[in-house]
Design a protein around this ligand. Structure first.
Ligand code: UD1
Ligand code: MG
Length: 456
């Protein structure tokens, strides 16, 4: 066990920002990237970094943010920062939990979702070696707007916000990523000594560095890549963050043994799970909650969400799997087929132009082109159960609730309203009427009528 694993860690997520520049009715931290809210990413990363307690600081009236925290991390405690008076003031909104005496306190931002768990672990490490504060620093391409790390010799002595910095200090490129760790035993004492004597009249968390130095505590800097501290303030930055997540997820899929023919055209969710030797063709989108087992092929232009794809299954091209779709081994779901809340058992075939919703399709059953489960009467949803080895002829409407027995055969073009027993043949369509010579006579009559009209 490493020293930091034995230490009890609290993570405080600051999420009381207003997010004005998003121009959105949705709070910034509830915007999504890779199928999960920004807050959700940060909470998951904090847990992965070994944090056993979580606190989220939200703005007044932000029940929606509190609800998201409760959904994704029921153990998280939510604190309201009544007035927005700076980052240190925000941390102190969680005073109650800070007073509980954790060994490590991590402070992260709800709008900075790309930070990796390994980086947060590194940020905790100096505390185990006795530091009072550790700061996540990075070499900014363009440091404008960031706090600058001011050092004396090898020691960090202060963080200066852009607005309060001298020209000389502004020339420093080593910047504050914003994320920090504090020695839990000292955190409240240090934070309570921060004042608001600065350009913005705010309580700056960054001043904790000077306060710690004055107390004779060691202050450490851990370096991070700039990409990890990328915050989201605008929709453009949200798109940048999405792209960064997608690149990570594509790289991970390739690393884990999937073939992506054109990785840059495949979009994953944070939780997409692909088995070995899965092939994903171009232009496929994975919404949240998809698992794909070994050897399956997802053909081009398919959209999957909340679905399980079994071993060796073929999906698409142009297929849509919606939540609750589960495909057994070797099943085939072809072009223009939609499956929702349905178990498609092993070897079943839904090859073309079909809708299967609220249903079971038994093993090896074959649904002809244009088979539709009519699951909704405008008020309620009903189930369709199709037995193993059943054969449904093309362009058949199955009016749920309805059961097709094992091995049954339904004639093409049927509208099935009653159950079909196992091994029965059901035909539910009008009888064909054929009238010999009638088409020719009809055509002659039509032509004569047209000629008479042209004459007079
Ligand atoms: C902060 C740092 C700066 C660093 C930068 C990195 C301070 C004083 N400055 O500046 O050194 O380079 O982050 O991005 O800490 N928040 C609250 N309540 C508040 C104020 C902020 O919850 O009263 C939250 C925001 O929602 C956000 C985070 O704290 O998630 C940072 O606040 P922000 O206003 O973005 O700080 P910066 O000015 O960017
Ligand atoms: Mg910011």
């Amino acid at each position: 066990m490493t020293a930091s694993a034995a230490r009890r860690c609290l993570t405080i997520v600051l999420a009381a920002g207003e997010g004005t520049r998003m121009r959105s009715d949705l709070p910034k931290v509830l915007h999504r990237a890779a199928g999960r809210s920004l807050l959700g990413h940060v909470l998951a990363t904090a847990r992965d970094a070994g944090s056993e307690a979580l606190a989220v600081v939200v703005g007044p009236g932000r029940e929606d943010v509190a609800a998201e925290a409760a959904k994704l991390a029921p153990e998280a405690r939510v604190f309201v920062q009544e007035e927005r008076r700076g980052t240190a003031h925000a941390v102190l909104a969680a005073r109650e939990v800070l007073a509980e005496g954790y060994d490590d306190v991590l402070i992260v931002y709800g709008d900075t979702p790309l930070v990796r768990a390994e980086t947060l672990k590194r940020l905790r490490a100096p505390l185990a070696r006795g530091a009072g504060v550790a700061v996540l620093g990075f070499e900014a391409q363009d440091p404008t707007g960031y706090g600058r790390l001011i050092s004396e010799g090898p020691n960090l002595v202060a963080i200066r916000e852009e607005k309060d910095a001298t020209d000389e200090e502004r020339a420093i490129r080593l910047s504050n990523g914003g994320l920090m760790s504090l020695a839990g035993a000292r955190a409240l004492d240090l934070l309570d000594r921060i004042g608001d004597q600065n350009a913005k009249r705010e309580f700056y968390l960054t001043d904790v560095v000077e306060v710690a130095v004055l107390s004779g505590l060691a202050v450490a800097v851990e370096a991070a890549p700039e990409a990890e501290v990328q915050g989201v303030n605008t929709r453009a930055q949200l798109a940048t963050v999405e792209a960064a997540f997608q690149n990570r997820l594509r790289a991970a899929a390739l690393e884990n043994g999937a073939t992506l023919i054109a990785p840059e055209t495949v979009f994953f969710s944070h939780d997409t799970a692909l088995g070995r030797d899965v092939t994903v063709e171009p232009n496929v989108v994975f919404g949240p909650g998809v698992t794909v087992e070994d050897g399956a092929v997802i053909h081009a232009f398919s959209h999957l969400e909340g679905a399980h794809v079994g071993r060796g299954v073929s999906v698409g091209p142009f297929a849509r799997l919606r939540p609750g779709a589960t495909l057994g081994a070797g099943a085939r779901v072809g072009n223009f087929v939609e499956v929702k809340n349905a178990e498609v058992e092993e070897g079943a075939k839904l090859n073309h132009l079909t809708y299967v919703g609220d249903a079971r399709v038994g093993a090896r059953a074959n649904l002809g082109a244009g088979t539709i489960t009519c699951n909704y009467d405008g008020v309620s949803k009903f189930r369709t159960d199709i037995g193993a080895d059943a054969f449904i002829g093309s362009n058949t409407a199955l009016i749920a609730p309805v059961t097709i027995g094992d091995g049954a055969y339904v004639g093409t073009g049927s509208v099935v309203t009653e159950d079909v027993p196992a091994d029965a043949l059901a035909i539910a369509r009008a009888h064909q009427i054929t009238k010999p010579g009638r088409a020719a006579r009809l055509r002659a009559a039509q032509k004569a009528k047209k000629a008479a009209k042209a004459k007079g």
